[in-house]
Design a binder for this molecule. Structure first.
Ligand SMILES: NC(=O)c1ccc[n+]([C@@H]2O[C@H](COP(=O)([O-])OP(=O)(O)OC[C@H]3O[C@@H](n4cnc5c(N)ncnc54)[C@H](O)[C@@H]3O)[C@@H](O)[C@H]2O)c1
Length: 272
């Protein structure tokens, strides 16, 4: 039987591709023979990432500058992908993260939240996945195949202090994942699948300041997270690769609408 995990010559589109998790997943995909289409907002970051990936495998990386919150530029992007790239085998929606203005400061309460900040966290973390999936998902619906992977969070599983907008958005991501799995699988093809990964805690740019003090020690918040994580440590970005690989490849051909925790046990632990 052919290796069901092969990513050779497959082409995957990634949003948030220059971020902590997206950058690491891009490396892994290119190292394993896939082509990647990286979406980002910063020309400098995209150029740097492409140069780094070209050193791993020449000619396997295409980059596009796009604001994922802008429907018109996403539609233009769709046309470019169809004419310049051709078939795509999957989309990983990685853009997102905490929005500092929407994060309650210690000592603040729910009544200190400014609605527009919470709304901007929801826009990025929910519609920043919904919109690209609706526009680019149509390419996969027309082709009749593709694997979409969304990124949820532990904030969709348990209430996590300070991040209301983020939590509402990630909860929405989980239902959107199930809903798209139903819609695409039942009306287009059983070869189009939509799943999500709910990462536990990984240190990245967007959360470094709330997790690590200036002197390098863990903040009080970090210590609480680690006490609630049976493995007692943060994840390393590379530890998402296995689940991403499984979901993108034919090895998961009967898996759709599922959410996979990659969290060192955080979601399974009562904390007691
Ligand atoms: N790091 C963690 O511990 C963790 C845990 C759970 C979930 N997540 C989720 O994983 C995903 C990636 O997180 P990360 O840690 O790599 O974050 P990151 O901040 O390092 O990367 C996010 C990327 O998204 C891009 N982006 C944001 N808004 C955009 C827009 N409008 N258009 C185009 N690009 C845009 C940013 O430029 C950045 O490159 C996010 O959805 C985050 O919520 C992260």
């Amino acid at each position: 039987m052919k290796n069901q995990f092969s990513l050779e010559d497959k082409c995957y589109v990634l949003s948030g591709a220059t971020g902590a998790l997206g950058g690491s997943i891009s490396d892994y995909l290119v190292e394993n023979g896939a082509k990647v289409v990286l979406l980002g907002r910063s020309p400098e970051k995209l150029k740097k990432k492409k140069e780094q990936l070209e050193r791993i495998a020449e000619g396997n990386t295409i980059t596009y500058l796009v604001d994922l919150m802008d429907e018109d530029s996403l539609k233009e992007l769709k046309q470019k992908i169809v004419s310049e790239v051709g078939a795509i085998h999957g989309l990983i929606n990685l853009a997102g993260g905490n929005v500092p203005e929407a994060t309650l400061k210690p000592g603040q309460s729910i009544f200190d939240i400014r609605f527009k900040d919470t709304q901007s966290a929801i826009d990025l973390n929910l519609y920043g996945t919904v919109l690209p999936t609706l526009v680019l998902g149509e390419i996969m619906a027309k082709q009749g195949h593709g694997s979409i992977v969304n990124i949820s969070s532990m904030a969709a599983k348990q209430s996590i202090t300070r991040v209301l907008g983020y939590s509402i958005a990630k909860t929405g991501i989980e239902m959107f994942t199930k809903w798209m799995a139903l819609e695409l699988g039942s009306k287009f093809s059983d070869k189009i699948r939509v799943n999500a990964i709910a990462p536990g805690f990984f240190i990245g740019n967007q959360n470094r300041k709330v997790l690590i003090n200036e002197d390098g020690s863990y903040t009080e918040r970090s210590q609480k997270i680690l006490a609630g994580t049976p493995m007692g440590r943060f994840g390393d970005a590379s530890e998402l690769n296995g689940t991403v690989h499984f979901l993108l490849s034919d090895a998961s051909s009967f898996v759709t609408g599922a959410i996979f925790d990659v969290d060192g046990g955080f979601n399974s632990f009562s904390g007691v």
